[in-house]
Design a protein around this ligand. Structure first.
Ligand SMILES: Nc1nc2c(c(=O)[nH]1)N=C([C@H](O)[C@H](O)COP(=O)(O)OP(=O)(O)OP(=O)(O)O)CN2
Ligand code: ZN
Length: 260
């Protein structure tokens, strides 16, 4: 089975208050949409499905969305025009449309700091990921290894006074949109919890020196994820995954202690 992703950009607005009688103020986004389809490679043509066909199918849906007021569509009269419901709308409209390929996943990037996903192995839920930042210093050093072993394993990262990273933390929740808000989680509370419990704890700290909880823990990105999971797991309902970009080239993700 092959998976193929086509990216499309579009813009849409929605009413700030869902009742036009109350307010005609709108807000909107320039979205990035990734449509992934899957299918078998046709040995004669060398393709699964022509990108032109994917574009044509997306266009049939996009003509109702791009540059439009979402609230005017029947679906969004019954469902809040949230990121989550936009994903469900695209899924419902695109599923079954493709010839020689099957809709697999849809991802919508709403801003650089939030994206949503639907599909894959879980057709029941919508996934929303928020991005957070913190800057910390660390020294890779294990108290369970001797100095030679630490230098051998961690090299320059074992430097006594440490070094720093601008960490990017991705926190993903899953669930069904709340009919009243259209969201899988209360965004403000979600953000506040991650900021209070994680960002404020790590930001502008030397992890080895400032954080007691790392006294006997080597502050690798894996260990950060392990600790951050514990800080969030009982606070965020529907917590699904956390990911850390340590550098632009080093990304780590964790699905929780139950998935080990
Ligand atoms: N398994 C892990 N390996 C390493 C971790 C880690 O957390 N888990 N961390 C580091 C260092 O913290 C390090 O600072 C990363 O450095 P490095 O990979 O050298 O940095 P870049 O991504 O910029 O890549 P370079 O091409 O090496 O500059 C190391 N290992
Ligand atoms: Zn480092």
């Amino acid at each position: 089975m092959m998976h193929l992703t086509r990216t499309i950009f579009f813009g849409a607005v929605h009413l700030l208050d869902s009742s036009p009688a109350v307010s005609e103020r709108t807000m909107g986004y320039d979205y990035k949409l990734d449509i992934t389809v899957k299918g078998n490679l046709n040995q004669k043509t060398g393709i699964v499905v022509n990108i032109v066909h994917i574009d044509e199918m997306i266009q049939t849906v996009m003509q109702n969305i791009d540059g439009n007021l979402l609230d005017e569509l029947e679906f969004f009269r019954e469902n809040k025009p949230s990121l989550e419901n936009l994903l469900i709308y695209f899924w419902n409209e695109l599923e079954g449309l493709f010839i020689d390929a099957e809709l697999d996943k849809i991802k919508i990037q709403q801003t650089p700091f939030i994206y949503g996903e639907i599909g894959g192995n879980d057709k029941m839920n919508v996934y929303v990921t928020k991005l957070f930042h913190f800057s910390s210093a660390h020294r890779l050093h294990s108290n369970f290894l001797n100095q030679e072993e630490n230098i051998e394993l961690f090299g320059k990262c074992n430097n006594l006074y440490g070094h720093g990273h601008n960490y990017k933390l991705e926190v993903t929740v899953k669930g069904r949109p709340d009919p009243k808000t259209g969201a899988v989680i209360h965004y403000k509370s979600f953000e506040d919890i991650v900021k209070e419990r994680v960002v404020n704890l790590f930001d502008h700290k030397h992890i080895n020196a400032d954080l007691e909880m790392f006294e006997n823990k080597n502050p690798t990105s894996e260990m950060l994820l392990y600790v951050i999971w514990d800080l969030l797991k009982d606070e965020i309902s529907g917590l699904y995954k956390i990911g850390i970009w340590e550098t632009d080239k080093n990304y780590f993700e964790y699905y929780g202690h139950d998935h080990e």
